[in-house]
Design a protein. Structure first.
Length: 756
C-alpha cells in the first residue's frame, strides 16, 4: 500500500487539532482566530507534547492561498459606491488613525533599536484594527445596532482598503532603500493607475460575461468561474509588480457589483474558511515562547501603545470626522487591537525577507493580548468620558466638540464651476488611463506580431498598428473631449454670463489637446514625420472623431453599458423589492411617496383584478409594481390579478396609503364559525335499481356540483376500486365511495336512495 504524502498527513493534523481547539474557544465565546493561532502553536515544533507538522513549506503555500481567499472575500463585501456615499468623515478619521499609529509604531521600533524595515512594517501592523474581532465584540455585547458601532464599521472598511494599498507600498519599499518623495508619489500614482484601469475594464467585461453565461451557470460552475477570475487577477497583479492579495481584492470588489455577488459570497465562504483557517494556523506555528519571553518588554510597550494610541488618536480622528467627544471616545476605544491584517503584513515582510523573524511572534502575542482586552476597552470609554467631563471646563468640551473637518457639504452649496471641473477631471483621468492601456497593449504585443507577419514591410506594419491603435482609442478620446459639454452645469454657466464663454471653450480645447497628445505619441513612435505634421494629423483626427456620429453612438453605448453593469446589483435589489426605485426621491418632494403592502393569505382581494378592486377610485393610489416570488410586474394593467402573498408597491400621500393599509387589513375572510363541520369523511353507498342515480352518468348525477362531494372510486362488484369515468352510467349493485362533509354526505345518501 502506498505511503501517504506528508502534505495530507500535515493537513489531517492541522484540521483535527484546529477543529478541537476552535470548539473549545467557541464554548469560551472567544474569537476563532485565536483558536486557530493556538492550534498552530500546538502542531509546531515549539510545542513538544503533540505531533508536529512535517513539511512547513507546503503548509505555507496553502497559507498563501488562504491570504488570497481572505482578500477576495473582503473585496466581495466591499463596494466603491458605499465608500463614495460615506462622505469625507470616515475618510478623515481613517487616515488620521492610520498615520498616527504608523508614526507611533515606527517610534517604538526605533526606541528598541530595530532595523528601519522592521519599524516601517511594525507601524503598518499597529495601524490596522481587526474588523473580525471588533464585529464579534459588538455582537457579543449587544452594541451592533448602536450608532457609534456603525461609525466604527465604516472606518474599518476604509482601513481594510487602505491596508491593501499599504501592502503594495510596503512591497515596493522592500525592494528599494529609503525612497524619496518622488518615488513615493510614483508608487501612489502607479497604484491609482492600475486600480482605476482594472476596475473600469473589469466592471465593463465581467458583468457582461456573467450575464451572457447566466443560463449555463449553476452553483458549481459559478464557483469555478469566480475562483478562476480571482486567481487570474492575482497572477496579473504579480506580473505588474503588486502582490497577489491585491489582485484578489480587486477582483472581489469587481464581482461585488454584479447580480451574482451574494451567491458568490455563499459559495466562496466554505473555501475561504478552510484556507483562512490554514493561514491562521500557520501564523500560530511561528509563535516561539522563547522569543516572547525575550521580548516581554517590547510586547508590553506595544500593547500599551495600541491601547493608549487608539484611545487618543482614534478619538481624535473621529473628532476631526465631525463626531462629539463622547461618541468619538466610544469609537476610538473600540479600535484598540490588531488582528488579521497585522498577520498578513507580517507574512508579507517575512516572505520578502526584510523583517526579523522575532517580529512575527511578537505581533501575534500583542494581538492575543489586545483581543482579550477589547471588550474592557469598549466598556471603559464611557467612564473615561465621565472623568473628562468632570475635570475639563465646559468651554474645553465645547471646543473639542467643535474640532471637525468632516461636516458634509450640501450639493446646493457646490458651485457649478466646481462640479463641472470635477466631473471633467475625473472623465479625463479615466479615459486617459484607458487610452494608455490601449497604447501599451498595441505597441507591446500587437506591433511585434504584425511585424512578424509582414517581414520586410516594416512601415506597412507600423501603419496598420498605428491605425488600429487610434481606432481602438477613438471612443475614449471622443468621450474625453465631448462628455459634459452638454451637461446641466455647462449650459447653466454658458447662459449665466458671457464671461464664462471663454473659460468653457478653454476646457474643451484643453481636452482636445490631451486627446491629440495620445495620437501624437502613437504617430511619433511609429513614424518619422516632422512634429508639425504629426500635430496636424493628431488634431485633424480628433476633429474627425468629434464629427463622427457612429463614434458618438459607440461611445454612448459603451458608457451606458458600463453604468448598467455598475448599477446591476442595485437594479436587481429594486426589482426584488429590497431597495426603493431612484425616482422615489422626486416623489417625496411633492408630498407623495411609495410604500409596500403585502396581501394577506386570507385577503378578499385574492383572485380579483385591479379593475375589480378599483384602488385608484377608492383610495386615490397607484399600483406601480407587483412583486410575486422572483417576478416583478411593473405598471400592471386593469386585468392583472392579485394573489395572496403578493407585494404591492403603491404610490400616494400619507392619508391615501393609510386608508389603503386599513382596507387591506380589514377586507379579509372572517373566521369560520362552523369549522368543526368542515371535516371531510369517506363513505360508501350501494346503487339499487330503485335509486335515483341508476342509469345516470357521473356527470349527470351532480354529485360534485349539487352536493359538493367527490367520487373516489366504484367497486363494480370487485375488490379493487376503479377510477370513475364521467361518461359511465351507474348500474345497480355498484358500490360508490365518496368523500365530503358530513352534511353533504347525508343529503347525497338520502336523495340517492330516493326512487327515480
Amino acid at each position: 500500500m502506498s505511503e501517504l504524502s506528508p502534505l495530507i498527513k500535515d493537513l489531517a493534523l492541522i484540521l483535527v487539532v484546529a477543529g478541537v481547539v476552535t470548539l473549545v474557544f467557541k464554548r469560551l465565546k472567544q474569537p476563532l482566530v485565536l483558536g486557530y493561532i493556538m492550534a498552530g502553536f500546538m502542531v509546531s515544533p515549539q510545542f513538544p507534547y503533540t505531533i508536529s507538522v512535517v513539511d512547513k513549506a507546503n503548509v505555507q503555500a496553502w497559507a498563501d492561498i488562504g491570504v488570497i481567499f481572505l482578500l477576495f472575500a473582503l473585496g466581495l463585501d466591499f463596494s466603491f459606491k458605499k465608500i463614495l456615499k460615506m462622505g469625507f468623515a470616515p475618510v478623515i478619521a481613517a487616515c488620521t488613525i492610520i498615520f498616527c499609529m504608523v508614526v507611533a509604531g515606527v517610534t517604538v521600533g526605533k526606541a528598541f533599536g530595530w532595523t528601519h524595515m522592521d519599524c516601517v512594517f511594525l507601524g503598518g501592523m499597529l495601524a490596522m484594527s481587526s474588523t473580525t474581532i471588533i464585529y464579534k465584540a459588538f455582537d457579543d455585547m449587544g452594541l451592533r445596532q448602536q450608532r457609534f458601532a456603525g461609525l466604527v464599521m465604516s472606518v474599518l472598511i476604509l482601513e481594510d482598503v487602505l491596508a491593501i494599498v499599504m501592502m503594495v507600498m510596503l512591497s515596493a519599499l522592500a525592494h528599494g532603500s529609503n525612497p524619496d518623495g518622488a518615488q513615493m508619489l510614483e508608487m501612489v500614482l502607479r497604484i491609482g493607475f492600475f486600480l482605476i484601469l482594472w476596475f473600469v475594464v473589469g466592471i465593463f467585461v465581467v458583468p457582461l460575461f456573467l450575464r451572457r453565461m447566466r443560463s449555463l451557470m449553476n452553483g458549481e460552475t459559478l464557483l469555478v468561474v469566480s475562483l478562476g477570475l480571482c486567481f487570474l487577477m492575482a497572477v496579473v497583479s504579480t506580473k505588474v509588480g503588486f502582490s497577489s492579495a491585491f489582485g484578489a481584492f480587486v477582483m472581489g470588489s469587481i464581482l461585488a457589483e454584479t447580480i451574482e455577488a451574494e451567491k458568490i459570497v455563499r459559495l466562496v465562504e466554505p473555501v475561504k474558511n478552510l484556507f483562512g483557517a490554514i493561514f491562521f494556523v500557520s501564523v500560530g506555528m511561528l509563535v516561539e515562547p522563547k522569543v516572547i519571553a525575550d521580548y516581554a518588554l517590547p510586547i508590553f510597550v506595544l500593547v500599551l501603545t495600541i491601547l493608549v494610541g487608539q484611545a487618543v488618536f482614534g478619538s481624535f480622528g473621529y473628532l476631526l470626522g465631525g463626531q462629539t467627544l463622547k461618541t468619538a471616545m466610544k469609537c476610538g476605544f473600540s479600535m484598540a487591537q490588531i488582528g488579521e491584517f497585522a498577520f498578513i503584513i507580517a507574512s508579507l515582510g517575512l516572505s520578502l525577507g526584510v523583517i526579523g523573524k522575532f517580529l512575527y511572534p511578537v505581533v501575534v502575542a500583542v494581538s492575543v493580548i489586545t483581543t482579550f482586552l477589547t471588550p474592557y476597552m469598549i466598556r471603559f470609554a464611557t467612564p473615561c468620558y465621565d472623568v473628562l467631563e468632570r475635570h475639563l471646563p465646559p468651554k474645553a468640551i465645547a471646543a473639542l466638540n467643535g474640532i471637525t473637518l468632516g461636516h458634509p457639504s450640501t450639493t446646493a452649496a457646490k458651485s457649478n464651476w466646481k462640479s463641472l471641473l470635477t466631473q471633467m477631471g475625473v472623465n479625463t483621468v479615466v479615459y486617459s488611463i484607458l487610452s494608455v492601456a490601449v497604447i501599451f497593449v498595441m505597441l507591446t504585443f500587437f506591433l511585434p506580431f504584425v511585424r512578424h507577419l509582414l517581414p520586410g514591410w516594416h512601415w506597412t506594419a507600423n501603419f496598420i498598428c498605428g491605425l488600429l491603435t487610434v481606432l481602438a482609442m477613438s471612443p475614449f478620446l471622443r468621450a474625453m473631449v465631448m462628455k459634459k459639454n452638454h451637461s446641466r452645469e455647462f449650459r447653466a454657466l454658458w447662459a449665466e454670463s458671457r464671461v464664462n464663454h471663454l473659460p468653457l471653450v478653454f476646457t474643451v480645447l484643453v481636452r482636445m489637446a490631451v486627446a491629440g497628445g495620445f495620437i501624437f505619441y502613437v504617430c511619433n513612435y511609429l513614424s518619422r514625420f516632422t512634429n508639425a505634421l504629426m500635430i496636424t494629423i493628431a488634431l485633424a483626427l480628433v476633429v474627425l472623431m468629434i464629427l463622427s456620429r457612429g463614434l458618438k453612438n459607440s461611445s454612448i453605448r459603451m458608457e451606458r453599458m458600463f453604468m448598467q453593469n455598475l448599477r446591476s446589483r442595485d437594479i436587481e435589489a429594486q426589482v426584488m423589492g429590497h431597495k426603493r426605485p431612484l425616482y422615489e426621491g422626486h416623489l417625496l418632494d411633492r408630498d407623495v411617496h411609495m410604500a409596500d403592502f403585502d396581501v394577506p393569505q386570507d385577503s378578499l382581494w385574492g383572485g380579483k383584478t385591479l379593475r375589480e378592486l378599483e384602488l385608484r377610485n377608492r383610495f386615490g393610489v397607484h399600483v406601480s409594481s407587483i412583486l410575486r416570488a422572483s417576478r416583478r410586474m411593473n405598471i400592471p394593467d386593469g386585468d392583472s390579478i392579485i394573489f395572496p402573498g403578493d407585494r404591492l408597491q403603491m404610490i400616494g400621500n400619507d392619508e391615501q396609503l393609510s386608508s389603503l393599509a386599513s382596507a387591506l387589513k380589514s377586507e379579509v375572510y372572517s373566521d369560520d364559525a362552523d369549522i368543526e363541520k368542515r371535516e371531510t369523511k369517506l363513505r360508501q353507498f350501494v346503487v339499487t335499481k330503485s335509486s335515483r342515480l341508476c342509469g345516470l352518468t357521473l356527470r349527470e348525477s351532480g354529485i360534485r356540483d349539487k352536493y359538493g362531494c367527490l367520487v373516489v372510486g366504484i367497486e363494480e362488484g370487485k375488490e379493487n376500486l376503479s377510477q370513475p369515468d364521467p361518461a359511465r352510467k351507474f348500474e345497480a349493485g355498484d358500490v360508490v365511495w365518496v368523500v365530503g362533509e358530513e352534511d353533504a354526505l347525508d343529503r347525497l345518501t338520502e336523495e340517492s336512495e330516493a326512487k327515480s
